[in-house]
Design a protein around this ligand. Structure first.
Ligand code: 6R9
Length: 647
């Protein structure tokens, strides 16, 4: 039996949503979604208020997802202009540098508005028009948020590419959406180390398919000397600073694209997840306010990178649409030492702290000392996102970091969902360590078996969502059929999340992890197919198979089996070379933790690699290999088990 942490009565007394309100409003939201979301839409400022709420069908023959589709608004106006009257001098973004010796920056709503307008004007002057795609490849600096909002202001569609990605990955993402312009910086700075962002862009733009890029705007950040290729490359400050501080916002239809964000799937290249303006912004802001029980004087800190969806929805769009103070951190949890997070919390009197289980596990390993050296008295609420949080890490987070005072919201969601779908509301829902608990308003989760049969009661199955919510992705950029095939074919009439899940006797949801070929490494999604194709692109590799395995800190690690081209010799030097090759092709986050030589791979007679078996070998569970009789050559398994890494 799992233990329960009941809602704290003191917290509930001041919370936005209490138990009764959640029960009542959840019922209302699924009984009459039109009425519920029509009311909720009033939280946004519209140029033209929508008269239609939802037009949705998940049926394959009649597929559509549209929300508020006669409404018109602008996301940057909602995040900036409408805050000016009452919050002009309030800090919108509070920036903490990688080096604690660098002064933090407080950017007010008024200043942020002016900076976004200047960049919006500059982008227009450079020929960027409504609907054009702009790639943002920046470190965690204020300009990253400015760039996203400036795109939103002029109706350009941003595609933020995580600063840890290598030139090949940048090139793939630039060419897929035919970006016209890239915004980058000379260098990034993380944990005292420099990241050559501009040089990576230069290398990416030498690769095929990237010639749509006309301009590269370069933010001066570390003042490093970088190659500037005129007229393509322009210094950001030189172009942006002279622009006027007012910029006419584009009137966007609610269903006009706001951004594309690439994410890994189980097959092929990363998918360009497309989110639109009205539904996304409404959902990001509403969930941010409700799940984090937001108050006017909160100092809210989400430690994600803007290169991931969490940074989009819960550093930039949600918090700013709510007029919150959002802390943006350039650095890493262990620099200069393992108490950095807690020092930042004390320095800025952070009240809400939202991070990932992998960070908690890494910090937990260092013991209580670095935490207890700080006060953290300002904290009132903690959050978790990115992967299942093991109960042990949950309790450490609760007891040691939060001094058993602060509820934890374990928020389950995905790039595709735009915002949080399953999470406690801290004043309304009792907590169970390791469970994301219950659905947000309007969200209808269900469990199905492999045949798509709906499962009732306390049980385990594949997690689906049976009806739409406003923050749902609308398409895979440039490949609508792939969108439908990936998410709506497995279980007709339902959105398939790719996650396995258990539901307990209280109706609580416990996410068990991906059931597809996606590995969740430190909360980052890596497709096994991407790592395999990077390995196979090395001239000495004939074949590769990649699986995930349980990893104490990262949640899952990457285990690669590699078959060399005939005549090539296995060696430690080549092993290192292959790991380095993957880093160079995709980026450091995709580096295999282990690489095992595989003279043969377990295949069915039709040639399909049996990953189930490879997973069990990687997990060191050779007694659970199951039936191997259908293999073309069962003897390869014995040899792989014998030579397992560490065996
Ligand atoms: C927001 C984000 C999505 C995948 C998702 C699931 C895992 C995220 C979780 C969680 C258990 C949580 N995941 N939050 N699993 N509990 N609270 O992480 O988006 O990068 O697209 O990853 O992450 O497996 O399917 P994304």
């Amino acid at each position: 039996m799992s233990d329960i942490y009941p809602v704290d009565p003191d917290f509930a007394a001041h919370a936005r949503i209490d138990r009764a309100a959640y029960a009542r409003d959840y019922q209302a939201s699924v009984r009459d979604p039109d009425a519920f979301w029509a009311q909720a839409a009033q939280r946004l400022d519209w140029f033209r208020a929508p008269t239609r709420v939802r037009d949705v069908s998940f049926a394959l023959e009649d597929f559509r997802i549209r929300w508020f589709d006669d409404g018109e608004l602008n996301a940057s106006v909602n995040c900036l202009d409408r805050q000016l009257a009452t919050r002009g001098d309030k800090t919108a973004l509070l920036w903490e540098a990688d080096d604690p010796g660098t002064a933090p920056k407080h950017v007010s709503y008024r200043e942020l508005h002016a900076r976004v307008c200047r960049l919006g004007n500059a982008l227009r002057a450079l020929g960027v028009e409504k609907g054009d795609r702009v790639t943002i490849y920046l470190p965690m600096i204020v300009e990253a948020a400015v760039a996203m909002l400036a795109c939103a202001r002029i109706g350009a569609v941003h595609s933020v590419v995580f600063g840890g990605f290598a030139p090949n990955s940048i090139a793939d993402r630039v060419s897929d959406c035919a970006s016209k312009l890239i915004i980058t910086a000379d260098e990034g700075l993380r944990g005292g180390r420099k990241v050559p962002l501009k040089a990576n862009v230069d290398a990416a733009l030498k690769l095929p398919g990237t010639d749509t890029v006309e301009t590269v705007l370069v933010v001066r950040h570390t003042d490093a000397t970088v190659d500037m290729q005129m007229p393509r490359d322009r210094w950001y400050d030189a172009v942006v600073d002279p622009q006027p501080a007012e910029c006419e916002p584009e009137r966007m239809n609610a269903e006009d694209p706001l951004f594309i964000l690439y994410t890994s799937g189980s097959t092929g290249k990363p998918k360009g997840v497309l989110h639109t303006t009205g539904g996304y912004l409404l959902y990001a802001s509403y969930t941010h306010e409700a799940v984090f029980d937001l108050r006017e004087d909160d100092v809210y800190w989400c430690t994600a990178d803007v290169g991931w969806v969490t940074g989009h929805s819960y550093i930039v769009y949600g918090p700013l649409a709510n007029g919150a103070t959002s802390l943006m951190f350039e650095g890493v949890p262990n620099y200069p030492d393992f108490s950095r997070f807690w020092q930042v919390i004390d320095r800025h009197k952070v009240t809400i702290f939202y991070t990932a289980p992998t960070a908690i596990r890494a910090l937990m390993r260092e013991g209580e000392g670095p935490v207890k050296a700080t006060s953290r008295a300002s904290l009132r609420l903690l959050g978790s996102v990115g992967e299942p949080i093991n109960p042990e890490a949950w309790r450490w987070y609760y007891e040691v970091v939060g001094d058993s005072r602060c509820p934890i919201v374990d928020t389950w969601w995905q790039t595709e969902t735009g915002g949080i779908l399953i999470s406690p509301l801290p004043g309304a829902i009792d907590l169970k360590p390791g469970s994301a608990t219950l659905p947000f308003y309007g969200v209808q989760p269900a469990l199905v078996d492999a045949n798509g049969q709906l499962l009732e009661g306390a049980t385990e199955g594949n997690l689906v969502i049976t009806d739409s919510w406003p923050g749902q992705m609308r398409t895979v950029y440039g490949d609508h059929q792939r969108f439908i095939d990936t998410y709506f074919k497995a279980y007709p009439g339902m959105y398939f999340t790719g996650d396995g899940c258990r539901r307990d006797e209280d109706g609580y949801y416990w996410i068990t992890g991906r059931v597809d070929d996606v590995i969740n490494v430190s909360g980052h999604r890596i497709g096994t197919a991407e790592v395999e194709s990077a390995l196979v692109s090395h001239p000495k590799v004939a074949e590769a198979a990649v699986v995930g395995f349980p990893h104490d800190i990262k949640g899952q690690g990457i285990y690669a089996y590699v078959t060399l081209v005939a005549g090539e010799a296995e060696s430690d030097a080549l092993l290192k070379e292959l790991v380095a090759h993957v880093r160079k092709e995709i980026g450091p986050i995709a580096s295999p933790d282990f690489l095992q030589w595989a003279p043969g791979l377990p295949k069915t007679r039709s040639g399909k690699i049996m990953r189930r078996i490879l997973r069990k070998i990687a997990e060191n569970a050779p007694d659970q290999l199951g039936d191997t009789s259908t293999l073309a050559d069962p003897s390869v398994v014995d040899s792989l088990v014998k030579h397992r890494h560490g065996a």
